[in-house]
Write a protein that binds this ligand. Structure first.
Ligand code: PLP
Ligand code: ZN
Length: 466
């Protein structure tokens, strides 16, 4: 671990410690808040001239990051480690554990943009990472720290994607991994991944928040490195999505980035990434960062409604977007600061709205898992409230691949996903949109005439509705 170039600052009492001094739960012993990584040479959080000693030159960085794309070295090919100059957390870069994560596409969602009355709409598809979610970008960073520090065991509590990512990276580094997941409450695709990558997979008879409690006890009694997003090195990897999307926009920061909110680390990480880029002169404005929660797992939304983001009461979380079924988010204070500092918003969306948005993203040939679709559903609300102007450059952060939860997609198209009372919450326009988007599989005799008759009927009905 590179203690000369980085340190940890408590986000509550501002106490500074070295990386090695962090306790096994990554909480400050004085005030119990989380840490964030800072770089004495150039972080804006380091006071006075000390924080400007080694300000990297923005043009040199842009050139270096472009050059690395030509390299055959694994860490240069990684779309996370390519930007390692902004997170010097390892003493020995040979210890970096990489699956060539990052390098994810920025897609145009032209039909969604038109439907919203926006000039354009972009989707940064973090589901195109090696294990199918954005968690890989944080895992490569934090698991590399675990490997460098000589840990044999790593652990996490997860709604499915963190466990998939951790299991894969642990396997690459020949570390043992233990995963706590809520029994029966994660998508099968994700459960299968942690088994496939050889993790000890423990299904606890509780929810995600219960898994976090048990893991919190375990790390105090067993020498295991905690890889939940309370681990600040996770956020250092995740912040590179902000750098990569800005590079993809030719170094023009977007105007607005919309992210799903679960444990609330990702919004925090992106906020940190953009703030550091602004401080270093890599960009000239901060995008607004908005966080969208599912209505049944909305502690942050409630917090803004009831106390302007000052207090947060945990909720018992329930949503089909299982990745964000989290009632007691660890990083809520960090993300409140990001939303406030950037002028973003926090919204909630219901199950019908999530299902519709997911189908609309799918119909553009992109697809994503349900939790990612809250971004589009939330953006509709922000546009309706006049918080997003037609010409603004908006990026939706799609966090997981559509194949992570194919049960959800199949149920949606078969019409068995939503209860009638949930569907009834949608407007008439939304009901019509559902009808047009649903494509249930057809079972036909193996006979071309039957296929032709069905095609003709389909074309007639499309002609009628056109
Ligand atoms: C697909 C997906 N989207 C969004 C989230 C929420 O991210 P965060 O917990 O950092 O808010 C998660 C994980 O929790 C996830 O797996
Ligand atoms: Zn503290």
């Amino acid at each position: 671990m590179n203690s000369k170039t980085h340190q940890l600052r408590c986000t509550g009492c501002s106490a500074v410690i070295s990386g090695e001094e962090a306790g096994s739960d990554f909480r400050c012993p004085q005030c119990h808040e989380l840490y964030e990584v800072e770089y004495p040479g150039w972080s804006s959080t380091v006071a006075g001239d000390e924080g400007k000693r080694n300000l990297p030159n923005p043009s040199a960085l842009r050139w270096l990051w472009k050059e690395r794309r030509e390299s055959l070295q694994p860490i240069d090919q990684s779309g996370v480690w390519r930007y390692r100059d902004l997170f010097p957390i390892l003493a020995d870069l040979n210890k970096a554990v990489t699956l060539r994560e990052g390098n994810t596409p920025l897609y145009e969602l032209t039909r969604c943009a038109a439907a919203l009355g926006l000039d354009s709409l972009l989707a940064k598809h973090q589901g195109m990472n090696p294990t199918g979610s954005f968690k890989d970008t944080g895992m490569t960073a934090a698991l590399s720290v675990a490997a460098e520090r000589g840990f044999q065991w790593v652990a996490c509590a997860s709604t499915g994607n963190t466990s998939a990512a951790m299991a894969a990276y642990a396997a690459r580094a020949c570390l043992r991994s233990i995963v706590f997941i809520p029994e029966g409450k994660i998508a099968w695709g994700k459960l299968s991944q942690s088994m496939d990558y050889g993790a000890m997979t423990v299904q606890l008879k509780t929810d995600f928040d219960g898994c976090v409690r048990v893991l919190g006890e375990l790390v105090k009694r067993f020498p295991v490195y905690l890889l939940n997003s309370v681990n600040p090195y996770r956020l250092e990897g995740q912040k590179t999505a902000a750098i990569e999307m800005t590079e993809q926009l030719d170094w023009q920061a977007p105007d607005h980035v919309v992210v799903p909110g679960g444990n609330l680390a990702n919004g925090s990480a992106l906020g940190k990434g953009f703030a550091e880029m602004l401080h270093l002169g890599l960009i000239n404005h901060m995008p607004k960062i908005s966080v969208i929660q599912a209505e049944g797992a909305n502690p942050l939304y409630r917090s803004f409604q009831t106390s302007g983001g000052r207090e947060l009461s945990p909720v018992v979380a329930e949503t089909r977007a299982s990745a964000i079924r989290i009632g007691n988010p660890a990083s809520w204070k960090k993300v409140v600061r990001v939303i406030e500092a950037t002028g973003g918003s926090c919204e909630q969306v219901n199950e019908q709205e999530i299902a519709l948005a997911k189908a609309q993203i799918g119909a553009e040939g992109i697809g994503c898992e349900p939790a990612s679709a809250v971004t589009l559903a939330g953006l509709k609300k922000l546009v309706a409230q006049g918080k997003v102007a037609r010409e603004e450059r908006v990026v939706l952060l799609l966090t997981g691949h559509t194949l992570k939860d194919s049960d959800y997609t199949i149920q949606y198209h078969r019409g068995t996903l939503l209860q009638p009372e949930e569907t009834a919450l949608g407007s008439e326009t939304e009901q019509r949109q559902h009808d047009a988007l649903r494509k249930p599989p057809l079972v036909l005799e193996a006979d071309v005439d039957a296929v032709l008759r069905t095609l003709e009927a389909q074309m007639r009905s499309e002609g009628q509705s056109a």
